[in-house]
Design a protein around this ligand. Sequence first.
Ligand code: SF4
Length: 265
Amino acid sequence: MATTHYRSCSLCEATCGVAIEVEGDQVVSIRGDDADPFSRGYICPKGTALADLHHDPDRLKRPVVRDGASWREIGWDDAFDLVIRRLRDVRAAFGPDAIAVYQGNPTAHNLGLMMHGQVFLRKLGTKNAFSATSVDQLPHMLAALLMFGDQLLMAVPDLDRTDHMLVLGGNPLVSNGSIMTAPDVKTRLKAIRARGGTLTVIDPRRTETAEIADRHLFIRPGTDAAFLLSFLNVLYAEGLVRPGRAARFTDGLEELGAIAAKYPP
Ligand code: SF4
């Protein structure tokens, strides 16, 4: 008899709710969970492919070690001993930076890695630590750290209420609104227009998101900072900088205005 398990997709930060129908040890279907208050039944093609991933005959379920031209299965204790020994040897011979690490997106959905991964990385001492973050959004996180004191305190657009969405250099239709944790981002962007709002995309390329926008403004690559400074220049010049209740948490507004004054459009 089939049973249905409700989980969240672990492939990206959109964390869509999935309903997984299982018979015995076979996944027979994966669909969006209509009752999930966040994703409301939406999943992208990657979510539906989770079953293929699960049943892929090449999926590694046990540690294997190279043995000549083939691979040999070994136990977990032996695997950990081998990894510890080899990492220690490499560090001793070539220094900690000879080890490089890449962490994929599902790391953020794994409690063990969330709790111990960073400690392990710090202990390795390598500066060569890469991840979906480092190829994607580190400048965003650095700005959050400098502005709000923590790299993960990122401002999240209020997609479902805003009247004007400005997308600068992002392509949420392809990233699935990943870092915004916004499942079914296409419907939500279209809803802005349906309620009379506007969607503006600034990008050197006619992206998939630009295709559904009201306005697509091409920008010369490498000029984002100049654009943003002149954007601020206009806000200050037209008296539109009104922090309101946020004023008591904000400093540096005058200095920012003085800098922006040097960059008229
Ligand atoms: S957008 Fe796709 S990959 Fe990301 S959580 Fe949802 S189903 Fe998974």
